[in-house]
Write a protein that binds this ligand. Structure first.
Ligand code: B12
Length: 475
């Protein structure tokens, strides 16, 4: 069959992300014998016109629409990305009767809401590279596809969803032939990183998180030799900045160490990054292995430095572990960005102070600290239940596609906003959605790339913020 796959993500903040999953799905469909055209909307000026042109040119029999972001998870400056797909759907329906299949991380998080919102025919939750080809085979043969894992649809007004397949890519990671599908040069120019996975799944129990819903809670580990081959493939494409996109890079720790050791043994020309280190397994062994492997930056997602809040978030570690991780980091050279999320259940002025004290005293001034305020509530999570019990949330689940946030009722939002503004002013290595207006980020990235600065740019947070302030920009 003739397939048109559309990557709908146009968000370039903090930088454009290479649509790894959509390209994997394109190649899986091709391997199954279909003729695939790919439309990447990331750098397109007029997406609706581009969709029209692609449909006229390729006359697709099925259209796959990859949806990555529902919104930007930012309570201070919310952006509802999902709305961008409505004009696309409108144009598609005007031009063709080809069925539309939704897929992508956003769809795994809220399949029912997105199917209802877009009026698409089918959605695939979970890994699409396994299911999409089977769906195409069924549709081509005129066979009902309703038994396929992860498939979602509406029939007679009722929503149906089969449990997702948890087998896509398991055990193997192969770099797609990106240059066939994407304008790779535009991605590189915008400081995009090359995405690499070493596993699927997440076994942590964080009450707000969607990761288990997207990838399941059992780890499916990939061969460290594939990581090495992927890094070599990326550098051969001229993609030197490689980012691990695992839910949590350093868990399980044994596999993470094996990956780092394989990379160090093999040697390579890439600059490696990850934004998902769990402090539970951040110790001297891990940091030494990451440095040997070629890491140039890492994000530590701690969320809080207060044991009371960490326990309510079910992070699986205490403030003591956070301090131990900071002690280890201070003994190494690896640049780090600490990521905190304020306002969760149990958060009070005292716990905010505890986290800020930690950030001021235990984080090196050369490292960066990123704060978000408020937690995006996803339907079906434990946070959803808590928010309803506390009366913080009354919206029905079908109304939760547009972002809704949780802030602890024990915290005065005005006090928090004022206090965080002060903290940002006083600490140049602190960042939040308000420090540099986020719309500046793509421009900063392009400028950095032009003058030859290598990512990650947050290593220069102190200097960028001071420079912007001197130039009269609110930063
Ligand atoms: C790593 C990561 C990042 C990295 C990306 C680095 C990089 N170089 O790629 C960074 C830190 C930069 C990042 C940023 C953001 N992220 Co992020 N990120 C992730 C994470 C952990 C993994 C994404 C990934 O690469 N997965 C691996 C690939 C292979 O999977 P995939 O692309 O989803 O594709 C599979 C399926 O979805 C499906 N599929 C994909 N397309 C299609 C199409 C069809 C037709 C079908 C049938 C199937 C299908 O099949 C694929 C293969 O099996 C996910 C959580 C998760 N586990 O998904 C969050 C996630 C995608 N991010 C999310 C968000 C919100 C963001 C930000 C908006 C946050 C912010 N405020 O800045 C930004 C947006 C950046 C941008 N420019 O768009 C959300 C998106 C959903 C939502 N809630 O809105 C997620 C799901 C996390 C969450 N909170 O729920 N992110």
């Amino acid at each position: 069959m003739k397939i048109l796959l559309i990557n709908s993500n146009r968000n370039q903040s903090p930088m454009p992300v290479v649509p790894l999953g959509a390209c994997q799905v394109a190649e899986a469909a091709e391997r199954a014998g279909h003729r695939v055209s790919f439309l990447d909307l990331m750098f397109i000026h007029d997406p609706v016109q581009a969709v029209e042109q692609a449909i006229r040119l390729t006359a697709p029999e099925v259209i796959g629409l990859s949806l990555r972001n529902i919104d930007n998870n930012d309570m201070l400056n919310p952006i509802f990305f999902a709305a961008d797909c409505l004009p696309l759907l409108g144009k598609i329906r005007q031009l063709t009767e080809a069925p539309v299949v939704l897929g992508g991380a956003a769809v795994s998080v809220m399949p029912e809401q997105l199917l209802r919102f877009t009026g698409a025919d089918w959605a695939v939750a979970g890994e699409g590279d396994a299911v999409f080809p089977e769906l195409l085979t069924a549709l081509a043969a005129g066979r009902p596809p309703h038994g396929l894992p992860g498939l979602a649809w509406f029939a007679d007004g009722a929503f149906h969803l089969n449990p997702p397949a948890r087998e896509g890519c398991a055990g193997r990671f192969v770099v797609p032939q990106f240059s066939r599908w994407l304008n790779l040069r535009a991605y590189k120019r915008s400081m995009a990183t090359a995405p690499l996975q070493t596993k699927l799944g997440c076994h942590f129990q964080c009450i707000y998180c969607t990761y288990r819903k997207i990838e399941g809670d059992a780890y499916r580990l990939m061969d460290p030799a594939d990581t090495v081959a992927a890094v070599h493939a990326y550098t051969a494409m001229g993609f030197h900045n490689v980012e691990f996109v695992d839910n949590v890079f350093n868990s399980p720790p044994g596999h993470c160490l094996a990956v780092c050791e394989a990379l160090a043994r093999a040697g390579h020309q890439a600059r490696l990054q990850t934004y998902e280190l769990n402090p539970l397994f951040v110790d001297d062994d891990l940091l030494a292995a990451m440095e040997e492997a070629g890491f140039v930056g890492a994000g530590i997602t701690v969320e809080s430095a207060s044991s009371a809040v960490l326990a309510r978030l079910k992070k699986g570690f205490s403030a003591e572990v956070v301090h131990r991780a900071a002690d280890a980091i201070r003994r190494h050279r690896l640049p780090c960005i600490w990521i905190f999320m304020l306002g969760g259940p149990g958060e009070t002025r005292a716990t905010v102070e505890e986290t800020l004290d930690f950030a001021r005293s235990a984080v090196r001034a050369s490292d960066a600290v990123f704060f978000t305020t408020g937690i995006r509530i996803y339907p079906g999570t434990e946070l959803d239940r808590i928010a309803r019990e506390q009366g913080v949330l009354t919206l029905p689940p079908e109304k939760m596609l547009e972002p809704v946030f949780y802030v602890s009722p024990e915290l005065d939002p005005l006090w928090l906003a004022h206090h965080m503004r002060r903290a940002m002013l006083d600490n140049c290595h602190f960042l939040n959605g308000d420090t540099f207006e986020l719309p500046f980020l793509p421009a900063i990235n392009r400028l950095g790339s032009l003058v030859g600065i290598e990512p990650p740019l947050w290593r220069y947070t102190r200097f960028i913020r001071r420079g912007l302030r001197l130039a009269g920009v609110k930063a």
